[in-house]
Design a protein around this ligand. Structure first.
Ligand SMILES: [Zn+2]
Length: 200
């Protein structure tokens, strides 16, 4: 939701056109500061051990008591990978090297002006310990996933796709859009490239 008051002087903000700008902006009626708002970026860690995926049970609203992969807002000064590793560690106690994360999906949620970026990581051994924002953290096989207790019901198709690719040993990157008007997805298959053929 838009803020009502100016973060600089506390004056009241109102939405109005700004010269040379394509969008109406919130402008302070007292000091005339333009208050820009931009989409928020969230990161998700899709952490597996063998054929099992790490999920956390939320200790907070929204979706209190329901299950989701570790996820949260990116902080200032972080890279996407650092944010995903930090959220995963905070929520599940699982430490991952940000450099070992592999881009998995980018999901546009224009209705709520959020973008989710998720990364895959593989562990050799299962270990986790729920952090303060979680009631529980556990690894689940596809059959054991608490499908009726997912934090976001629309996540079921996403997890089914993830398990199908995991089982097939395929690497994909998904770019998708999910909102009330439509749902689209494009998949980019990742093909392994010989080390010597890399250009970087
Ligand atoms: Zn102001």
């Amino acid at each position: 939701l838009p803020d009502r008051f100016c973060p600089k002087c506390g004056g009241e903000l109102c939405l109005r056109p700004v010269a040379g700008d394509s969008h109406d902006r919130q402008v302070c009626g007292r000091c005339s500061a333009v208050h820009y708002q931009n989409p928020r970026i969230l990161v998700t860690g899709m952490v597996t051990c063998g054929a099992r995926l790490l999920l956390c049970r939320r200790a907070q609203e929204p979706a209190l008591g329901l299950w989701t992969p570790p996820a949260g807002f990116m902080e200032l000064g972080e890279t996407l990978e650092q944010a995903a590793a930090r959220e995963t560690r905070e929520e599940s106690g699982v430490s991952i090297d940000p450099e070992q994360l592999v881009l998995y999906s980018v999901t546009n949620l224009p209705d709520i002006s959020e973008v989710y970026v998720s990364f895959r990581a593989t562990l050799a051994e299962e270990h986790c310990a729920a952090g303060p924002e979680c009631l529980e953290a556990r690894f689940f096989s596809e059959a054991a996933i608490p499908w009726a207790s997912l934090a976001y019901p629309e996540m079921a198709g996403y997890l089914r796709t993830f398990f199908r690719e995991l089982g097939a040993g395929e690497s994909w990157i998904h770019l998708s859009r999910a909102d009330q008007s439509r749902r689209t997805r494009r998949g980019y298959r990742v093909i392994a490239v010989e080390e010597s053929a890399r250009s970087y």
